[in-house]
Design a protein around this ligand. Structure first.
Ligand SMILES: Nc1ncnc2c1ncn2[C@@H]1O[C@H](COP(=O)(O)OP(=O)(O)O)[C@@H](O)[C@H]1O
Ligand SMILES: [Mg+2]
Length: 506
C-alpha cells in the first residue's frame, strides 16, 4: 500500500484550545479520502497544516514517503498539494484566466502570457469536463463556477493532491451533483482528493475512506463501503443521532401571517414574486421549497422589510405591515432567522453579548434613558449561551467572527426565539451546519411551533422541508404552484412542482 500523504501524530494548539490532538492521517494515492467532523473538530486546522498555513506543535509529515517540512503554501504547491478554501479568493473584475495566473511568474509581456495561459485553462477545463470559459469575468459567473475556477487554479499549478474544504456548503443540489462527478473525474486522471465535510450523504456518494475527528482527536478511519451514515454520525457526534424529527401532528389555530397578492421586484427590476398569496397559522410550520432563485430571497426580504413591495398585502395578526420599516415589524411580532447569517444575522466585529441584544438594545432592561446597561446585557448573554448551548471560547466576550457557523446560527436562534415573536420567517436555518447542530435547530423550531407560533420555513434542502414542515408550499418562478400536506407528498412530487412541470390546487 502506498500512502501519498502521511500526517503522523500531529498536535496543534491555539490559545485556549488544542485544535489537533495527536492526529494521524494516512492517504492512499488515487483515493477520495473524507475528513469528517462537526464544526470545530479540527478539520480545517489539520488541512491548513498540510497546506503550510500553520506549523504543527508536534508530529511529522511525509509526502510520497519522504519526510517534509511544509512551513508555507509555496512549499505545499511545489509538493503538488493544492487547496480550495471554504471562502473563495477570486478577484471579481478579473477574468477566469487572470485569476488563475495571479501570483505566478509574470516573465514575458503580460498579453502573451495570458494568451498562452488561457489556452492551458481551456485544455484543463476540457480534460476534466469543467465547462469553464477562460475569458469570463468572475462577477458574471455563478458560485458553482467560481469553485471550478479554484479547482483549475490548483490544476494549473500541477497539483496532484487536492484538498477541498467543505466544498458543497455554498452549492445547490444540482451543483453538488456535478461536483461529485468532477471529483470522480479527477481521481480517474490520477489525482488524490482530501474532502473535508460534515455531510454523510456526500461521503457515502463519493468517498473511499473516511477519517473521523471529534474535538481535535482522531476517532477512527473506516472504509466507506463497509459503514453506513448512522455509524459515521455516531462517530462524529459521540452519541446516536436521529435523522428524523420527533414531532406530534400540528394543531393549527388562527392565521397569524397573511400574504395576499404580493408582488416584489428583484435587484434587476424584474418581478421576482408574482401575485403570491400564502397564510401561516398559529401552531404550524409551513415549509416553502423551490429551486434556488425562484423568488424565495425576494419574498423573505419583502416580508421582513428589507425590500419594498410593488403591491399586495402582508398582515401580522390582522394588521397591515407591508409599508412598515424593519424595526416596527419586529416590534409587532415578526421574528427573522436570515438566510445570510453574515450579512443580516450578526455583526461579526461585535461581541456575542452585543449580538444577543441586537434588536432589543433600545429597550429596558438593556438601556435606561438611552444609557446601555452592560451588566444586564452580559447576564442576558450568559443565560442564552447556557440555554441554547452556544459554544464560544470567551463566553459573552467572544467576537462573533471567531465563532463556528453552527454556533453563530445558535446565537441568532437564541436571540430571535427569546424575543418570542408570533410569526417566524426562518430561512436556510441549517445551511452549512453539521448533523448535531441540525438536529438541535430542528428540535427548537418544532418546540416554537408547539408554543403556538406560526412558522414559515424557507429551505433549499428538501430533506429539511420534509422532516420539519406540517404543510409544504412550492414556489416556482415567483408563484406558488402547489400546497400539500407533508404526509401526503414525497420528494418526487415536490421535485416535479419545483421544476414547474406539475401544479396542485392552491
Ligand atoms: N487561527 C485560529 N486561532 C484560534 N483558534 C482557532 C484558529 N483556527 C481554528 N481555531 C479553533 O480550533 C478549533 C478547530 O477549528 P477548525 O480546524 O476550524 O475546525 P473545523 O474545520 O473542523 O470546523 C476550533 O475550536 C476553532 O475555534
Ligand atoms: Mg473548517
Amino acid at each position: 500500500m502506498s500512502f501519498i500523504i502521511e500526517m503522523l501524530n500531529i498536535t496543534k494548539d491555539f490559545p485556549g484550545i488544542r485544535a489537533n490532538d495527536n492526529v494521524t492521517l494516512q492517504v492512499e494515492k488515487g483515493s477520495i479520502h473524507a475528513l469528517l467532523g462537526e464544526n470545530g473538530a479540527g478539520k480545517s486546522t489539520l488541512m491548513s497544516i498540510l497546506f503550510g498555513l500553520y506549523e504543527p506543535d508536534a508530529g511529522s509529515i511525509r509526502v510520497r514517503g519522504e519526510p517534509v517540512i511544509i512551513n508555507n503554501p509555496n512549499i505545499a504547491t511545489q509538493l503538488g498539494i493544492g487547496m480550495v478554501h471554504q471562502h473563495f479568493k477570486l478577484v471579481h473584475n478579473f477574468t477566469v484566466t487572470e485569476n488563475i495566473i495571479l501570483g505566478l511568474e509574470p516573465r514575458q509581456g503580460l498579453s502573451i502570457d495570458i494568451k498562452k495561459a488561457s489556452l492551458k485553462v481551456a485544455e484543463l477545463s476540457k480534460l476534466y469536463s469543467l465547462d469553464v470559459d477562460p475569458f469570463s469575468k468572475i462577477e458574471d459567473i455563478s458560485v458553482g463556477m467560481h469553485q471550478r475556477v479554484e479547482i483549475l487554479k490548483m490544476l494549473y499549478r500541477d497539483a496532484e493532491i487536492l484538498i477541498f474544504d467543505e466544498p458543497t456548503a455554498v452549492l445547490t443540489p444540482q451543483e453538488i451533483h456535478e461536483l461529485m462527478a468532477v471529483m470522480r473525474r479527477l481521481v480517474e486522471e490520477g489525482k488524490t482528493i482530501l474532502l473535508i465535510t460534515h455531510k454523510l450523504k456526500e461521503i457515502k456518494a463519493v468517498a473511499d475512506i473516511c477519517t473521523v475527528l471529534r474535538r481535535g482527536k482522531l476517532i477512527n478511519t473506516v472504509e466507506v463501503k463497509n459503514t453506513d451514515e448512522a455509524a459515521m454520525a455516531e462517530m462524529m457526534v459521540g452519541r446516536e443521532v436521529s435523522f428524523s424529527v420527533d414531532k406530534s401532528p400540528a394543531k393549527p389555530g388562527e392565521v397569524v401571517l397573511e400574504i395576499e397578492k404580493l408582488n416584489v421586484k428583484n435587484s434587476k427590476g424584474l418581478l421576482a414574486v408574482k401575485d403570491l398569496s400564502l397564510s401561516v397559522k398559529k401552531g404550524e410550520i409551513l415549509g416553502l421549497c423551490g429551486i434556488d432563485g425562484n423568488g424565495q430571497t425576494e419574498l423573505i426580504q419583502a416580508l421582513t422589510g428589507l425590500t419594498k413591495i410593488e403591491s399586495g398585502s402582508v398582515k401580522i395578526l390582522g394588521k397591515e405591515v407591508a409599508s412598515l420599516p424593519v424595526r416596527q415589524r419586529l416590534d409587532m411580532g415578526l421574528g427573522h432567522i436570515p438566510e445570510d447569517r453574515h450579512r443580516h444575522g450578526l455583526v461579526l466585529d461585535f461581541r456575542l453579548d452585543e449580538n444577543l441584544v441586537m434588536h432589543s438594545y433600545g429597550h429596558l432592561p438593556y438601556a435606561h434613558y438611552g444609557v446601555l446597561d452592560f451588566y444586564a446585557i452580559r447576564k442576558n448573554a450568559e443565560r442564552l449561551i447556557k440555554e441554547f448551548d452556544v459554544r464560544a471560547g470567551q463566553g459573552p466576550d467572544t467576537l462573533a467572527r471567531s465563532m463556528s457557523g453552527g454556533n453563530q446560527q445558535k446565537a441568532i436562534l437564541a436571540r430571535e426565539i427569546d424575543r418570542s415573536p408570533e410569526a417566524f420567517i426562518i430561512a436556510q436555518p441549517t445551511r452549512g451546519l453539521d448533523v448535531g447542530a441540525i438536529e438541535y435547530i430542528h428540535k427548537r423550531i418544532v418546540a416554537e411551533r408547539d408554543k403556538n407560533k406560526a412558522i414559515l420555513l424557507v429551505s433549499l434542502e428538501l430533506d429539511e422541508i420534509l422532516n420539519v414542515s406540517d404543510r409544504i408550499a412550492v414556489i416556482y418562478d415567483g408563484m406558488i404552484v402547489g400546497i400539500v400536506d407533508t404526509d401526503k407528498t414525497d420528494e418526487y412530487e415536490l421535485g416535479l412542482m419545483m421544476s414547474g412541470s406539475l401544479r396542485k390546487a392552491v
